[in-house]
Design a protein around this ligand. Sequence first.
Ligand code: NAP
Ligand code: MG
Length: 400
Amino acid sequence: MEKIKMTTPLVEMDGDEMTRVLWKMIKDELLLPFIDLKTEYYDLGLEYRDATDDQVTVDSALATKKYGVAVKCATITPNAARVKEYNLKQMWKSPNGTIRAILDGTVFRAPIVVKGIDPTVRTWKKPITIARHAYGDVYKASEMKVPGPGKAEIVFTGEDGTVLRETIHEFDGPGIVQGMHNLENSIGSFARSCFNYALDTKQDLWFATKDTISKKYDHTFKDIFQEIYDAEYDEKFKAAGIEYFYTLIDDAVARVIRSEGGYIWACKNYDGDVMSDMVATAFGSLAMMTSVLVSPEGYYEYEAAHGTVQRHYYKYLKGEETSTNSVATIFAWTGALRKRGELDQNPQLMEFADRLEKATIDTIESGKMTKDLALITTLENVTVLDSQGFIRAIRETMEK
Ligand code: NAP
Ligand code: MG
């Protein structure tokens, strides 16, 4: 069989631990036999990040701007224990944070739905995609412990000398205060990423904040979304037969639980952090969750939503059997290959991505799966496979 050709390379960001092991197996078993794979390779494994003073992470993000599509393996975000374990020069920042800061994007996370792994919420029939704003709010806040009686204020000092002042609270005893911010530009990028992704995937877009209580802060989010929607997207949405819908966050939560799924739920940074874990868990497993960073300029970076599965890696190093779920990492590759195919008008590459995804789902639905899924499935007569065995089973399904 002739291999599928590619015209433009994918930016390939390799990673750490068990996911690095899966990465190679996926390439060897599921990609290289079928595709003349063209990638520009960046090793984001912690050793090489340390050796290059993290320059490799920056370079990989810049390459994503050049080529438009990247696929990333999970990576270690170092903490004190990792600095010691890998004898690092310093506690390098999260690669995802660095890449996000360069691409300025929104992260979209969607569950991979298969028969036999049923959502905890009975009404959910289709995936719910969470779009999380990845800038500001409580993640860039200043906080203070108030020691005793006194007045706390917010003060803005403009470069032109304007001074704005607002009382937070007149304390008559100890307490706490917090100041946070966001940027009109960042909120606008977030809105455009969400509208574009809705058009791309032909799904309705829901957005919710607490604008009734937060009349300036949250209300600005609501207003910016509405202004951009009216000016740039209303006609496109109508032509695509999809809808933009704004509501209060508490109303949104109630509607999500009653819904069938099949839409994108745009969330402010904190809401997205919390709700994506809830949605992922209710759909079954973090190992069955795709994640893509979409920049407002239209650059795409695909990855798995889970980490490097450290506990399994240590077993693997000891030569013990592992049964690590590679589905989210496979879907990171198929997402990137499909997008590459779309941009290069390469239908064969897009068909291949569909075929590999279908083979992955069919394999699970036929009862062959990794241990994490076997523990929660409603299917009977399940065969639990090890990491390599599961990937080989997918290859067999695909070749049939
Ligand atoms: P994790 O790698 O997501 O794994 C946590 C646990 O979830 C695992 O021990 C395993 O449970 C289960 N799990 C996750 N993915 C699985 C899979 N594909 N197949 C089967 N089980 C899976 O999170 P972590 O252990 O907290 O973090 C490890 C490293 O990953 C950290 O250094 C962190 O910095 C990094 N991280 C990277 C990213 C990223 O690059 N996007 C995201 C998150 C974390 P059992 O052990 O019970 O089997
Ligand atoms: Mg979280």
